[in-house]
Every structure is written in structure tokens, then in C-alpha cells.
Design a protein around this ligand. Structure first.
Ligand code: ADP
Length: 458
């Protein structure tokens, strides 16, 4: 395939996925390398709309200006480079080219010299000759340490640095909202009514004597999207998401697990509004009758933290939990104010599977996909399985794309082929297990939501 055909294919891929930033940048770089500076300028401008302030794109844009003889425009573009983190060394080379174009040889030489001091690989014999500058050995650039987003959790009232073995948790802004959760309209509506609206419209709920707070437990087969939903709930509120894994709490030293739990709640109380999410909560909240020794203490501590020392202790904290085995959870956790509500997160139906695939393919180069065919071929697949399908298809496509030299769009056939190689997580087995536990223990109607799913499973 010739260069111009490869460029055509990339133009087409970018046209089909206008929101795909890496693709736009790739196209712009390829246009610049092919000497098509005017078109490269337009492509960089389009990429900048998707990622304002991206240093590499700004430098590319400046270079496309220089190559069209627009030195002034190039220098203005370079001015807009963010000063933090450090300006990439290549910016100095492009600045030198622009300054040379403006006839300012001394300033150009200084820029060039500084750039190759930072990155000797940028040395260019042609430029050096034009500038009359000599290469000098590079000096070692200083890289400031990256800021860590992770937050340390100290023990209850303990000095933070004394116990290096204590859990380290991520408290992050969630970047996804309900728009990123395909299907599951019933579940989303429950979350809206039970969790979000009481916080967003407290006056309305107060009029009926209802206040915000308390928690909710999501249950269902693994990979069906419980964590994804919890994260999206935080995103809906613009709140921090604190993801607590079992390993963050359990401690081999008797007594430390309770302390870890307390530290985690204390951290959440300092960071309101936030969603505090406990994954695999059944392991932490198993029926007390099944437990002995210090596990019982952990459960009691967990209940005490959920209740708080007073009514307002957990204000602004939404406690969400997820489990694949809700029948193991001690009923004490289901009281109002604790995990008062159990919400079933079902395996996705055909429409939801198509919607999940739609979301997973968002922004990736694809042809028009036959979503009906894909949904039909993925009966029994949950979100995590569909993610696996897409990864598999992309891996294969990348090999082809590397060979072709440009990103090839994914097709329906690519995905159907990948589907055949992925074994779905056992939704059926989960439903059969659920049936064993639930059918004879539904006196209070707590499993009502689940019943229609259990009737037909064989
Ligand atoms: P669980 O917590 O139930 O085991 P996850 O929330 O970890 O499952 O889901 C696994 C992955 O599947 C998620 O990272 C997400 O990308 C995808 N996924 C699951 N359900 C959906 C959905 N409804 N919409 C979009 N993506 C989903």
C-alpha cells in the first residue's frame, strides 16, 4: 500500500470516529511527515479541540506553521504551551526553526542548543549547520516526581507514618456517570430515588420525613456491572469514589481490621460528599453465626461504623456494597440506615448487551456495526465478558494495523470472531446457585426481584 492510500485510509478512519483523539493526532503527524503542512495544520487544530493544551499537538501545529512559512503563528502557538510539566525539548527545535524563519539567528541558536542539551537525540546536522552551532554533550534533565493521587489512611487517631502496613486507598473523582452505564434502567431508577435525589433535593424528601443517607447493597452475578454502577453513582454526584477492597481491611493482626475499618470511615467522613464502596462485602459481613473469634469483632465494628456515633456522623457519605453472594450477608446489615435496600443487578438482556458494546466501542475506529447480530451472539455474556471480546478483537486488529501501517476499523466480523473465542462468565451457574439459596428463604420478600430470573434457569 502506498503512502497516499495509507493517508486516505487514516483520513477515512478519522472521519468515522471524529471524537478519537489518538487517531486525529496520528493523522496529523502523518500529514506533517508527508509534507502536507496545510492539511496537517487543520488536523492538529481539530485534535486540539479534543485535547486543548496537549503539548505534542501544539508543537505539531507550530511545526506545520513553520513549514508553511508562518513563523509568527508558530511562535504564538508555542507561547501557549503549558509551563507545567516542563516544556518538551522538541518545542525548542521548532522554536529555533521559527526564529530562523524570522531572521533571529542568535535566539534560534540558543533555543536549539537548549533543546539538544535536554535531549541529544534531537540534534540535527542540517539545523546545526544553518545556525553555526555546535553540539555539546547533553546535561541530565531533572524530572520532578509525579504527584501521587493516592491517599494514605492512618489508624484511628494514630500518627499517619507510624504504621506502614496500613491500607492505602484510592479516593478519586469518578469520571463516569449513568450515561456510561448501558441498559439497567430499573437499577438506575432505584439508585436515583433511593440515593441521589434525597441528596440533590433534600427539601422535597424532608417534606415527607425522609432524609438522605444510609446505604444500599448491589448483588448479582460477577462482571454484571456492580462496581461500574457504584462508580457512576459517584460521578452523578460529582463526589469522590473510595474503592475499598477486602484486602484493604483484613489484617493478619487481631484487632487491626477493626482499626482499618474505622480509619476508612474516618477518611470518608473527611472527604464528603463521597461514595464509599465495599466490594465482596459478603466476606466482611457474613452471618455472625458462621463466624468465630475476631471476624465477629470486624462485623460488629462494621455495623457500628455504619450506624455512626450519632445521626450526623455519616452525613454526606453514600455507602454502597457489592456482592455475588448476598445470601451469606448477615441480616443485621439489611436494617434501614445500614444497607437498607438490596438491589439486583441482572445480567444484561440483548438490548443492554448492544448498548454495552456501543459504549465500549465509543471513540474507537469501527465500521457500522450490526449490533443486533452481536447482541444475539452474546447470549449469557455480562459486561466484563463483552469487555473481553472487545479486547480480543482489538488485539487482532492491532496486529493487522501494524502490518498495514495505519489503524484499520473494527468490523462486525472481527467482533463475531472474537466472541467465538471468549467463554462467558457463568451467569447460569450463578442463577442455579442463587435458586438453591433463595427459593426456600424468601419469607420477607427480599429476593422478589430475583425470582423471575430463577424460574426459567435450567
Ligand atoms: P461486577 O462489579 O459486577 O463484578 P464490574 O462493574 O467490574 O462488574 O463490570 C466489569 C466491566 O464490565 C466494567 O469495567 C465495565 O466496563 C463493563 N460493564 C458492565 N456492565 C456494564 C454496563 N451496563 N455498561 C457499560 N459497561 C459495563
Amino acid at each position: 500500500m502506498g503512502d497516499s492510500e495509507a493517508l486516505d485510509a487514516m483520513r477515512e478512519a478519522a472521519r468515522l470516529s471524529p471524537g478519537n483523539f489518538p487517531l486525529r493526532r496520528l493523522l496529523a503527524d502523518a500529514l506533517l511527515a508527508a509534507g502536507k503542512s496545510t492539511e496537517a495544520e487543520a488536523a492538529y487544530q481539530a485534535a486540539l479541540l479534543l485535547a486543548p493544551g496537549d503539548p505534542e499537538v501544539i508543537i505539531g501545529l507550530a511545526e506545520s506553521f513553520v513549514r508553511q512559512g508562518k513563523s509568527g503563528a508558530a511562535l504564538i502557538a508555542l507561547e501557549s504551551l503549558p509551563t507545567e510539566p516542563r516544556r518538551p525539548a522538541r518545542a525548542g527545535i521548532v522554536a529555533a526553526m521559527a526564529l530562523l524563519g524570522n531572521g533571529d539567528k542568535a535566539a534560534a541558536a540558543a533555543q536549539y542548543q537548549q533543546a539538544i542539551n535536554e535531549d541529544a537525540a534531537l540534534a540535527d546536522a542540517d539545523m546545526a549547520a544553518r545556525l553555526g552551532a555546535l553540539d555539546t554533550p547533553p546535561t541530565v534533565a531533572h524530572t520532578p516526581p509525579a504527584d501521587s493521587q493516592r491517599v494514605r489512611v492512618g489508624g484511628a487517631g494514630a500518627q499517619e507514618d507510624e504504621r506502614p502496613e496500613e491500607p492505602i486507598l484510592d479516593a478519586q473523582r469518578s469520571h463516569i456517570t449513568f450515561v456510561d452505564v448501558a441498559g439497567m434502567e430499573d437499577v438506575k431508577n432505584t439508585l436515583r430515588m433511593k440515593l441521589l435525589l434525597p441528596i440533590q433535593k433534600p427539601e422535597l424528601f424532608a417534606a415527607y420525613g425522609k432524609t438522605a443517607g444510609g446505604g444500599l447493597m448491589l448483588y448479582g452475578p460477577p462482571g454484571a456491572g456492580k462496581t461500574h454502577l457504584a462508580r457512576a453513582t459517584a460521578g452523578e454526584l460529582g463526589a469522590d469514589f473510595i474503592d475499598v477492597g477486602l484486602a484493604d481491611i483484613l489484617d493478619m493482626w487481631v484487632g487491626s481490621s477493626e482499626r482499618n475499618l474505622h480509619s476508612i470511615f474516618q477518611m470518608a467522613r473527611r472527604r464528603t460528599p463521597c461514595v464509599l464502596f465495599f466490594d465482596e462485602v459478603d466476606a466482611l459481613a457474613s452471618r455472625r453465626s458462621d463466624m468465630r473469634g475476631h471476624s465477629r469483632h470486624v462485623i460488629n465494628q462494621f455495623l457500628a461504623e455504619l450506624d455512626g456515633v450519632d445521626d450526623r456522623a455519616n452525613e454526606g457519605i453514600l455507602v454502597l456494597a457489592a456482592t455475588n453472594a448476598p445470601w451469606y450477608v448477615d441480616t443485621a446489615f439489611r436494617r434501614p440506615g445500614r444497607f437498607g435496600e438490596m438491589v439486583f443487578v441482572p445480567p444484561p438482556d440483548a438490548k443492554a448487551r448492544a448498548a454495552i458494546l456501543e459504549i465500549l466501542c465509543r471513540g474507537k475506529p469501527t465500521t457500522r456495526l450490526d449490533m443486533n447480530a452481536l447482541a444475539a451472539a452474546t447470549e449469557g455474556f455480562v459486561g466484563a465478558d463483552l469487555e473481553g471480546v472487545l479486547e480480543r478483537a482489538i488485539e487482532t486488529k492491532l496486529v493487522d494495523s501494524i502490518r498495514a501501517g495505519y489503524p484499520l476499523p473494527l468490523t462486525t466480523d472481527d467482533l463475531l470472531r472474537a466472541i467465538r473465542t471468549v467463554t462467558p462468565t457463568a451467569v447460569r451457574e450463578w442463577l442455579l446457585t442463587a435458586r438453591n439459596y433463595v427459593l426456600h428463604a424468601n419469607e420477607s420478600g427480599v429476593w422478589d426481584e430475583l425470582l423471575p430470573w430463577l424460574r426459567d434457569v435450567r
